[in-house]
Design a protein around this ligand. Structure first.
Ligand SMILES: Cc1cc2nc3c(=O)[nH]c(=O)nc-3n(C[C@H](O)[C@H](O)[C@H](O)COP(=O)(O)OP(=O)(O)OC[C@H]3O[C@@H](n4cnc5c(N)ncnc54)[C@H](O)[C@@H]3O)c2cc1C
Length: 802
């Protein structure tokens, strides 16, 4: 990266810089590879003058940010900035909504620095739209180490839902249900209501934490692009962007373009000649959503999700985080008008009429929208394996199930690690095809589920208005209730027989039911898709792993077995009970093989990360404590900035607190060990987690295993550093847990003495090797954990790593 450095010489190098307009340095904008700036006189508060235009080789946000921050002195530029190289990026992300930002943060963690543009500005994202974060999306956000506790604190947690009927001037609850059943097995088993703008803010801060100088380039829109010709070795697409205000055009080149530009996507329009289109239709319903702020009401269930039915219609209440410091809730109703005829006044009148006799007042409507429901799905998820479609670009549907943002997040997560591997040179671009094959199926399912949900709401609405107390209205209500229960995962197919509800509908909404089909990155023993049985323990190939706490051998700390996202594969070697005759021998034998050159995927792919190149400071959480080192702004101190007795009152440096939150940058397996030099270093592509059911207090662990984990001279394995006998990656599954499946699968027992083996349904007499992909989905599961199982693992990685 070119330098921008301070010069002792106050005169800018005018031979490299030509004078342009009178724009201020701090409002500098990057236009077509150039940047306008001015130079402030250090002692004057007058506007900067003169102003210069600098040609940038790379429109690198780091440079832009440095320049913007640089107000008080002169600048000197190295010549590399001045070259006429076109602006080139590995990845261009079009659109800074949830799909775009999640893509950026996933890539940034893998060292890729995408350019993110958006036609709008952040202010346009502040309020409204999405309100519910489901468990799987939260699990993914947690795995990225995002500051979820802030969102959780700000938002409303949906643990339950009530159904109400108001009739004849009286209201009563007719049903209550838990939002997600326990057997979905999430650490966060609720939906979190928090507005989309906050989620996006957290994502932006998160990218900043992993990509120094990151900025979304707001107000730049995608116009068109040209794909690279077949014989073009650069593989770069040429993209035309335009500034939304000035109309100025700018050309950028990118290896990959991610179309995250929402339901009216310009990139999708561009792709029409490649036979890309949306299939589906608009439904004859109009809905209105209204965020009411400063609520005053005597209705008792405004703090949880409620469906209220009265002779005047149906309203769905979604609790919201306080907005502008006032209590708030979202109201969602169906209207008899077209979207264009619907008004906020009419929606307000209808909602209040449904609530009568309950009082319902608010100070202001913070955001409202009326919309027709179009259920449409894109027919292709990519063009030429170069341009990928994500989020609302691919699917539009009703917000009733609250899944648009959630799906966008999971799509970005799925594509992000694959693209990261390709750009790191660790996989061939073929792996990118699995993005389409995996996510297109999920999107089809989403649209199908949404269609049924919308029909159920509409049928109930119709019957409610026609004949509120009829049996038919009751039957529609029951259908809706069951369908929603199914979505949140009730495993009772028999309940649905009467109502024509398909079994596959179960468990979709929380994101627990996704099982990817076999491909280069999903290898099942049968070659067919693995079965996930709802409500039963087990992690079939293609599904997500499930959370469990195990005891880490090095420090006896109970730790989560699901790692943080860092683009690595986790190889779980599940060895069962090592006290069982032969089990330790099998592990030792495998260890010998893995440490040999031939058996080691660690030598064949990726690289070792020497602990010497990763100083402890880089591996631990970054401090946010403001740097109070005195600077030259001493009010009454010495000029060189050193405090000098009582005269030295000093101000904290304004820049000391880094932007965004940065306390979440470490991986548990990166935590330095005092014995670092004696143990195997980290690896760029793989982490191992060996898990035994033998308790940490057992003699086999204390003697035989520990001797290998911390080998002394002359003890077994001392000549070579083992990745299987590794103190930070060896775990005892000895923390008992009440089974989350005790009601749905009582045969598995009420208590899991070995929670990981219990939840993942691993036979401790046989063991297994389970490979979790960077996104936490199981890519491979073997019977047993010996050399034969390891050779299956080698074949798995041969399928896509280079
Ligand atoms: C009322 C309502 C309630 C909802 N509730 C939920 C919910 O509870 N849960 C849920 O998961 N989802 C919900 N959604 C859906 C959710 O808001 C969307 O699915 C989500 O925003 C999709 O994210 P995205 O990144 O794909 O697209 P968007 O958020 O639409 O972002 C696209 C971005 O691209 C930019 N852009 C557009 N054109 C261009 C261009 N030519 N060049 C550059 N940039 C461009 C736009 O400015 C925008 O910032 C709701 C939606 C609505 C309307």
């Amino acid at each position: 990266m070119p330098d921008v450095e301070e010069s002792a010489d106050p005169t800018p190098h005018t031979d490299n810089i030509k004078v342009q307009s009178s724009k201020a340095f701090d409002s500098a904008i990057a236009v077509d590879g150039t940047i306008d700036f001015g130079v402030r006189c250090p002692t004057s508060s007058r506007p900067p003058t003169p102003t210069y235009r600098l040609c940038l080789a790379h429109n690198d946000p780091v440079i832009l940010k440095s320049l913007r921050n640089y107000k008080t002195s002169s600048v000197k530029f190295t010549s590399s900035i001045m070259s006429s190289t076109p602006e080139t990026h590995d990845v261009l992300i079009v659109g800074a909504g949830p799909a775009g930002l999640m893509s950026a943060t996933t890539l940034a963690r893998m060292g890729i620095r995408p350019l993110v543009i958006d036609a709008d500005e952040y202010a346009g994202h502040q309020y409204g739209r999405s309100d519910a974060f489901h468990s799987r999306a939260m699990e993914v956000m947690e795995s990225l180490g995002m500051p979820m506790e802030q969102l959780k604190h700000a938002g409303r947690k949906l643990y339950g839902r009530t159904f109400w009927e108001i009739s004849g001037g009286r209201g009563k609850r007719t049903a209550y249900a838990r939002f997600y059943p326990e057997f979905l097995d999430f650490d966060e088993d609720y939906a979190l209501c928090v507005r989309q703008g906050l989620i996006e803010q957290v994502m932006i801060h998160d990218v900043e934490g992993h990509y120094d100088g990151f900025d979304v380039q707001w107000k730049w829109k995608f116009v068109t692009m040209e794909l690279p010709k077949e014989d073009d070795a650069t593989g770069l697409s040429k993209v035309v962007l335009q500034h939304s205000d000035s109309g100025e055009e700018r050309i950028v080149f990118a290896k990959y373009v991610l179309a995250c530009d929402g339901a009216r996507s310009a990139v999708r329009r561009w792709a029409a000649p490649f036979d890309v289109k949306l299939d589906g239709k608009a439904l004859p319903f109009t809905w209105c959503v209204l965020d009411a702020v400063g609520l005053k009401s005597d209705f008792p269930d405004l703090e949880r999700l409620s469906v209220i039915r009265s002779e005047k219609g149906i309203v769905l209440i979604i609790p919201r985080e306080p907005i502008n410091g006032k209590p708030a809730a979202r109201f969602d109703i169906q209207l008899e008008k077209s979207r264009h005829e619907a008004t906020e006044e009419e929606a307000t009148k209808t909602i209040k009429a449904i609530f009568e006799p309950f009082k319902l007042e608010w100070d202001e409507v913070n955001w409202w929208s009326s919309y027709d429901v179009g259920q449409r799905i894109i027919n292709k998820y990519d063009v030429a394996n170069k341009v990928f479609f994500l989020g609302d670009v691919c699917h539009t549907h009703s917000p009733r199930a609250g899944l648009g943002l959630n799906t966008a997040v999971l799509e970005a997560h799925n594509l992000g690690w694959k693209l990261g591997l390709v750009l790191q040179g660790r996989s061939t671009p073929d792996i990118l095809k699995t993005y389409a094959s995996e996510r297109h199926n999920v999107a089809k399912y989403l649209i199908d589920m949404d269609r049924k949900l919308v029909e159920l709401y509409a049928g109930l609405e119709r019957q409610t208005l026609e004949n509120f107390s009829s049996d038919e209205a009751g039957a529609w209500l029951e259908r809706l209730r069951l369908f929603q229960a199914a979505n949140y995962a009730v495993c009772a197919t028999r309940l649905f027989d009467d109502f024509d509800i398909d079994e596959p509908d179960v468990q979709y909404q929380a994101g627990a039911s996704i099982v990817y089909e076999p491909s280069s990155v999903i290898r099942t023993s049968s070659g067919k898709v693995d079965e996930l049985t709802i409500g039963q323990p087990g992690v079939p190939v293609g599904s997500r792993t499930r959370p469990a706490k195990v005891t880490r051998l090095s420090d006896s700390i109970p730790v989560a077995i699901q790692p943080r996202f860092d683009g690595k594969f986790t190889i779980y070697v599940l060895v069962g009970d090592l006290a069982k005759p032969g089990a330790l021998d099998t592990l030792v034998d495998l260890d010998e093989y893995v440490r040999s050159t031939g058996g080691s995927v660690f030598k064949r792919y990726g690289a070792e990360v020497s602990s010497a190149t990763l100083p402890i400071s880089k591996r631990m959480p970054k401090s946010r404590i403001p740097d109070t080192t005195p600077d030259s702004t001493l009010t009454n101190g010495t000029a060189n900035g050193h405090t000098n007795g009582v005269n030295g009152t000093h101000k904290p440096k304004k820049t000391a607190i880094p932007p965004g939150r940065q306390l979440y940058t470490y991986q548990y397996d990166d935590i330095p060990q005092i014995t670092d030099e004696h143990i195997a270093p980290a690896h760029t592509l793989f982490r191992t987690s060996v898990v035994t059911t033998t308790p940490s207090s057992n003699k086999v662990i204390l003697d035989d295993v520990m001797d290998r984990v911390y080998p002394r001279a002359g003890s077994p394995g001392a000549e070579n550093k083992s990745r299987l006998f590794h103190p930070a990656h060896f775990f005892c599954d000895d923390i008992a847990l009440m089974s989350p499946y005790r009601h749905s699968a009582p045969e598995a027992g009420s208590i899991f003495e070995n929670q990981l083996y219990g939840k993942w349904a691993v036979d401790k007499d046989v063991g297994a090797i389970i490979v979790a992909r960077p996104d936490g989905h199981v890519g491979l599961r073997t019977e047993g954990f010996g050399r034969k199982a390891w050779s299956e693992l080698e074949k798995y990685f041969e399928g896509f790593l280079v």
